[in-house]
Write a protein that binds this ligand. Structure first.
Ligand code: 9UX
Length: 69
C-alpha cells in the first residue's frame, strides 16, 4: 500500500484556491500525486513527503491545514 497523508484544509473558497493548494503540495519533495477536494476541504497526498512539510507548504500558500492521518 502506498503511503498517503490526509489533510483537513480551511481557507479555500474557489476552484483557483484548489489549484494553488495543489501546486504548493506538488512542489514538496517526495510528493507523487495530490488530490484536493473543495467540497469537503480535504486533501490526500501520495508519496513519502514529510507531513509537517506538507502542512507548511499549505500555510505558505495562505491556507490552513491539519493532519488527519
Ligand atoms: Mo478564488 Mo482563492 O477567487 O485564494 S483563488 S478565493
Amino acid at each position: 500500500q502506498q503511503q498517503t497523508t490526509q489533510l483537513l484544509l480551511s481557507g479555500m473558497t474557489c476552484a483557483s484556491c484548489v489549484l494553488k493548494v495543489e501546486k504548493a503540495l506538488a512542489a514538496v519533495p517526495q510528493v507523487e500525486k495530490v488530490n484536493v477536494n473543495l467540497a469537503d476541504n480535504s486533501a490526500i497526498i501520495y508519496g513519502t513527503a514529510s507531513q509537517q512539510a506538507l502542512v507548511s507548504a499549505v500555510e505558505q500558500a495562505g491556507y490552513v491545514a491539519e493532519i488527519v492521518a
